[in-house]
Design a protein around this ligand. Structure first.
Ligand SMILES: [Zn+2]
Length: 145
């Protein structure tokens, strides 16, 4: 006997709710703002997300950024500092102590400066793609009336 499944196949058209603009959500997250309203603060501490948006109430707890922001920051900072160091070494050959005195603090400062915005962008990405608990049925994920 053959059974017919009534479950629908997932596709972008079957996703319920409003369309979420990926780039807008990531830009808002990069500015450390709520990916949905763009006004409420996303973080309550340096890398601790708030539980909810202070403006629209979006629940931030479902995000699973984990180590991705750190990996992305390593890639970004590496692609800035290493080519600059190679270019300067090739063209000017300054003393090693001078290079270390510039590159190490530069790497440290760039990494700290980018960690929070990159984590915000990752949370914005997860919200826009409805990953984890960022879906229509999640509590607190409906816009205020
Ligand atoms: Zn919000």
């Amino acid at each position: 006997m053959e059974t017919v499944s009534t479950a629908t196949t997932w596709s972008r058209d079957t996703v319920k709710g409003e369309k979420r603009d990926l780039w807008s959500a990531m830009k808002r997250g990069f500015r450390c703002r709520c990916p949905r309203c763009g006004e409420g603060k996303m973080f309550r501490a340096f890398l601790k997300t708030a539980n909810n948006c202070s403006k629209c109430g979006l629940d931030f707890t479902p995000h699973r950024a984990d180590d991705l922001p750190a990996y992305l920051v390593i890639v970004i900072v590496g692609h800035i500092v290493v080519p600059a160091a190679l270019w300067i070494e090739t063209n000017f050959s300054p003393a090693v102590w001078l290079q270390l005195a510039v590159y190490l603090p530069l790497t440290f400062i760039l990494s700290l400066a980018l960690l929070q915005p990159v984590k915000g962008a990752v949370v914005g990405l997860q919200w826009a793609l409805r990953m984890h608990g960022f879906d229509e049925n999640a509590p607190g994920d409906t816009p205020p009336v």
